[in-house]
Ligand binder design. Structure first.
Ligand code: UT7
Length: 328
């Protein structure tokens, strides 16, 4: 087996907010039905942060669980990287707020903005600086999309949820880590999935707030077509570059945006559905949060064991995409 990059995952954790919003709750908010949402997306319920809860609060809780599972004190960490597009503040980064919450000043902390591919981008960034940092690195994927969702837009609000997942990676000489890792982006299609206001292109004003331009604007149908193609292609390329056959994958952890996108990716990559961990039903699309939350869930349930080969694949705003094959 030829390794693209060696690292060892020594702990994982996740956090979902306490409040649950079901499809039946949504039926009272917009013109939709539980049946439509379940059959068109796979989502049954989602978790929603409290008004006073932000993305870093979720990451801190997931981090505490991951540190406990790794048997590590927070002071042993060498860096914090958070994949998110719903930061607590545009600056400081969510990574800095997490560092403050864990009370470990001094180490580098930053965010990676790649929407639903954010966790895979963050893992790639973290694993590539691991040898120079030479200490465990905390990688998070987290989003509180409920705070940037238009709850009157049935085309988006039925999909979204909030949550955070964390993995801690450490340097290793053992044969584990990435067999392959593919990342890609196409900025020319950015307008199809965008939060238009709040940045320097369209700073916050009364007008932008009135027009709800700080919320997610998505051409769902267009995004769907691109997601199916790009996630499938990335998964195929990651399997090829890993030098393995699809049958050798022990578990596939896809980004969870829509069950139909996941099923199409499985068909394209020739990975059976019964080796695919689908968790969207109980948390919806948490953007960068979905893969690490599903990964932690799979590990906790014994679906992923040491030495297993795990395939990740994601697609999101940007557009961005990624896929990797990891030996756990
Ligand atoms: O995380 C990465 C980025 N995001 C994604 O990957 C999301 C990708 N997109 C999707 O998952 C899907 O496009 C949606 C779930 C957002 C929408 O599903 P769709 O099958 O593409 O629906 P559509 O927009 O083509 O609409 C089909 C019909 C329309 O009615 P008519 O024109 O056929 O009468 C819509 O008005 O469904 C209607 N519709 C709804 N009906 C009930 C759209 N949204 C809803 C709804 N409830 N929430």
């Amino acid at each position: 087996m030829k390794f693209f990059r060696r690292f060892k995952i020594i702990g994982t954790g996740s956090y979902l907010p306490e409040k649950v919003l079901t499809n039946f709750d949504l039926e009272k908010m917009v013109d939709t039905s539980d049946e439509w949402i379940r059959t068109r997306t796979g989502v049954e319920k989602r978790h929603i942060v409290r008004d006073d809860e932000a993305t870093s609060d979720m990451v801190i809780e997931a981090a505490k669980e991951a540190l406990k599972n790794a048997g590590l004190a927070a002071s042993a960490l060498g860096a914090i990287i958070v994949g998110t597009i719903s930061p607590d503040t545009l600056f400081p980064s969510t990574g800095c707020w997490v560092q403050k919450g864990l009370n470990i000043p001094g180490i580098p902390a930053f965010d990676v903005s790649a929407a639903c591919s954010g966790f895979l981008y963050a893992l790639e960034a973290g694993s590539s600086v691991l040898s120079s940092i030479a200490k465990p690195i905390l990688i998070a994927g987290a989003d509180a999309l409920s705070k940037i969702t238009d709850w009157e837009d049935r085309g988006t609000c039925i999909l979204m949820g909030d949550g955070a997942g964390v993995v801690i990676i450490a340097p290793t000489d053992e044969d584990r880590g990435f067999l392959s890792s593919i990342l890609g982006a196409d900025g020319s299609l950015g307008e199809l999935l965008v939060q238009p206001a709040g940045g320097t292109r369209m700073p916050a004003s009364h007008e932008t707030v009135d027009k709800k331009l700080h919320t997610i604007q998505m051409k769902g149908n267009e995004v769907f077509k691109h997601a199916v193609r790009a996630m499938g292609d990335a998964a195929v390329a990651a399997i090829e570059q890993a030098g393995i056959d699809p049958e050798e994958i022990d578990l596939f952890i896809p980004h969870q945006a829509n069950t139909r996108i996941i099923e199409a990716t499985c068909r394209r990559a020739r990975v059976p559905l019964d080796k695919t961990h689908i968790t969207i039903g109980w948390h919806g699309n948490m953007s960068a949060g979905t893969i690490p939350v599903a990964f932690h869930d799979a590990i906790s349930k014994g679906l992923v064991k040491r030495d297993d080969l795990v395939l990740f694949a994601a697609f999101g705003g940007g557009f961005t995409w990624g896929a990797s094959v990891l030996r756990f």
